[in-house]
Design a protein around this ligand. Structure first.
Ligand code: GAL
Length: 685
């Protein structure tokens, strides 16, 4: 199957899925195997009361489905599926392969991964498998085949969910073998590998493939390109496991969507590559309820998920209230469950699903909240879940609606890995997700729509491209950015970008290699800040700001200077450049500006590019997005203030689907309030 077929097949399978569900999917992971049969009837009755229309069954249930090798115990699953179907609840049926049973790992200890620190990841947790283990794959294929044979045509099944949050990174003898195969496919010859890895440095030249191993544990200074390739390889090895199971299911049933679930800013899997292989993108996300601005990082993850396939996506897991992964697990305070759920929908989710339906009595996650908590239907959180499930059908017509943006923000795993995984840089404390979020936040707060892009993206539909600290960029992207700017695009690019190629080798003759002509200047030295060192920056209009962390020592060539340092060793030298290129413009920010000054610089460039925000004059605590169908536009308005109502100017008249009332300008959102305003489609004839 080509990725094009996979893509279009996925889109139409999801259309059929939406038609079947008839609106936004609502529900969560359901683990009946943890409960006596007598509890199940109450489960389905309460599911119906709460408006549940989809549950995910079977995640981690391997030991309950195959208690001994090859002996399957499907009776409970048969009964659960029949019961759910009888109550009109559809099922997202999971393969249980994220939690190998003890008979598999005891019988074949090589299934266990060895972690980067050399420790064996033993039995008693989950995800304790080495994705490169042939034995693991053989057993995963067997249980997947058995499930697919038995349930392919069960009428309850509406979607297939492969494994769960693929993740472990193995350092085992079998992963070394698989790594060598991957390298052979990538480089063809050892000579090419030696060139790419620059192995004459420190006498690391390989003369036989067998000598090549995964990188050593982090205490050692190891070859940076080997480290980078190992990241690429592990992502692909995990993806192979997914594809293997997907193909088994697909062979038994071709019209249902198949997917796996991703994690927030997950370092070990390049989700751009993964997204091509699944019918829809699905995300599990647990914004920390103890952090007031957790919604910003949630929003950037949601936009990433939407952008991966440029389609609506599935919110596969969130918490009804607290989680069990932090030192202190705060509750979601009243109103946040509703607001956060609509936030995901606002950014393209076609579902609100939870981990999990009923809170477990035991196990590590016994205090993780659930739709139905330990204290039952009397609990506040249940009431909020039930209210949300009852309210969601009011916006059913917006399911499947899409969005578009004029601003693109680069989020590429290769850029991430180059910056944070390969060591030996002028500074080694970059936090790529945080840097990307810093570039995203001003756009979110100014109610701009943002798409995320990667090295393979076509930039021609955008007016502004933002590149946060992309130390590593490949040649294809370099050429695409240049084409984009020459054609009239505006590029806003931050320090330490464009420095190395896809092999992690410095582009010469001068920094910032890939972008020198675009930036209109070169950098002769990178100056990471000393501890606690800050700099004054003075803009052309005389205003000043602080900066810290980093200074590019820039020498303008064709660019003009937007701001210069007003203190420190580089006083008088440029900090921000502005360069006209072809029909476009490049603003290059050579330091880490304080937030307000960075916001003004970024939003100034966006405004100069003629990009207007969705709302003019709304407060920064209001998030606004638009999703559209052929018939209508849906404006999602979210007030993140817990204390203050927000007055929001409306671009046109419409109807608030949540209240059923006309929405008039300005609309007032209560603290933590939400409105979903339908207006006629701006594109309608
Ligand atoms: C996810 C996982 C769920 C549950 C949840 C809460 O990562 O898929 O099974 O563990 O986190 O921690």
């Amino acid at each position: 199957m080509t990725s094009n077929e996979a893509r279009h097949g996925g889109t139409s399978r999801m259309e059929a899925f939406r038609a079947r569900i008839g609106g936004f999917a609502f529900g969560g992971d359901y683990n009946p195997e943890q409960w006596d049969r007598s509890v199940w009837d109450e489960d389905v009755a309460l599911m119906r009361r709460a408006g549940v229309n989809l549950v995910t069954l079977g995640v981690f249930a391997w030991a309950s489905l195959e208690p001994e090798p090859g002996r399957f115990t499907f009776a409970w699953m048969d009964e659960a599926l029949d019961l759910l179907h009888a109550h009109g609840i559809s099922v997202d049926l999971a393969t249980p392969t994220a939690a190998p049973p003890v008979w598999l790992t005891d019988g074949h200890p090589e299934v266990h991964p060895v972690m980067e620190d050399g420790e064996v990841f033993g039995f008693g947790n989950r995800l304790h498998f080495d994705p490169t283990s042939p034995r693991y794959r053989e057993h995963a294929a067997r249980i997947t085949t058995a499930l697919a044979e038995r349930y392919a045509d069960h009428p309850a099944v509406a979607m297939w969910h492969i494994s769960n949050e693929y993740g472990p990174v193995p350092y085992t003898p079998q992963s070394a073998v698989a790594f060598r195969d991957w390298l052979r496919r990538r480089y063809g010859t050892l000579e090419a590998l030696n060139d790419a890895w620059y192995t004459r440095f420190w006498s690391q030249v390989y003369t036989s493939w067998d000598q090549v191993n995964p990188p050593e544990i982090p205490r050692s200074w190891s070859n940076p390109t080997r480290r980078l390739d190992y990241k690429r390889f592990v992502s692909d090895a995990l993806l192979e496991c997914y594809v293997m199971e997907r193909d088994i299911v697909r062979a038994h049933r071709s019209d249902l969507p198949i997917l796996t679930n991703y994690m927030r800013f997950y370092r070990h899997a390049d989700y751009w590559r993964w997204a091509r292989e699944q019918d829809a993108v699905a995300l599990d996300i647990y914004p920390n309820p103890g952090h007031d601005d957790a919604f910003v990082s949630a929003a950037v993850n949601y936009d990433l998920m939407r952008s991966l396939r440029d389609e609506p996506w599935i919110l596969m897991e969130q918490a009804a209230s607290s989680v069990s992964q932090w030192q202190v697990n705060n509750v979601k305070r009243p109103g946040h469950l509703r607001l956060g759920s609509y936030q995901a929908i606002a950014h393209g989710a076609d579902s609100v699903l939870f981990f999990q339906w009923r809170a477990s009595r035991g196990g590590h996650e016994r205090f993780h909240s659930a739709m139905l908590p330990h204290s039952g239907t009397g609990a506040r959180s249940w009431q909020e879940v039930e209210a949300l499930g009852t309210e969601l059908p009011r916006i059913a017509e917006a399911v499947g609606a899409t969005s578009r943006a004029d601003v693109a923000l680069l989020f590429d795993w290769n850029a991430w890995w180059g910056l944070t995984e390969t060591h030996g840089l002028p500074r080694n404390d970059f936090d790529y997700p945080a840097l990307v979020t810093d570039h995203y936040r001003p756009l979110l707060e100014a109610q701009h729509a943002v798409d995320m892009v990667n090295f393979d993206s076509d930039l021609s539909g955008y007016r502004v491209l933002v590149i946060p600290n992309a130390y590593l960029v490949d040649d294809r992207f370099t050429a695409e950015v240049s084409r984009f700017v020459h054609a009239g695009g505006t590029l806003v690019c931050s320090y330490f970008s464009g420095v190395v190629d896809a092999r992690n080798q410095v582009r010469q003759p001068a920094y910032p290699g890939a972008f020198r002509a675009l930036v209109g200047g070169y950098v002769d030295e990178y100056w990471p800040a000393r501890e606690n060192e800050t700099f004054d920056v003075e803009f052309a209009d005389g205003s000043t700001a602080r900066a810290d962390f980093w200074q590019d020592s820039i020498h303008p060539e064709t660019a003009t200077v937007l701001a210069s340092y007003a203190s420190g060793q580089l006083a008088g030298r440029p900090a921000i450049l502005d360069n006209a290129v072809g029909a476009g413009r490049v603003v290059y920010v050579g330091t880490r500006l304080e937030a307000d000054a960075f916001r003004d610089t970024l939003l100034g460039a966006v405004a100069d590019a003629g990009v207007r925000p969705l709302l003019a004059g709304a407060p920064a605590c209001v998030e606004a997005t638009r999703r559209s169908t052929a018939e209508a536009d849906y404006l999602f308005l979210l007030n993140h203030s817990e204390t203050d109502p927000a007055e929001v100017p409306l671009p046109g008249a419409g109807q608030d689907l949540l209240t059923g009332k006309d929405a008039t300008d300005p609309i007032v959102l209560a603290p933590l309030g939400v409105a979903v305003v339908r207006t006629a489609s701006a594109d309608a004839p």
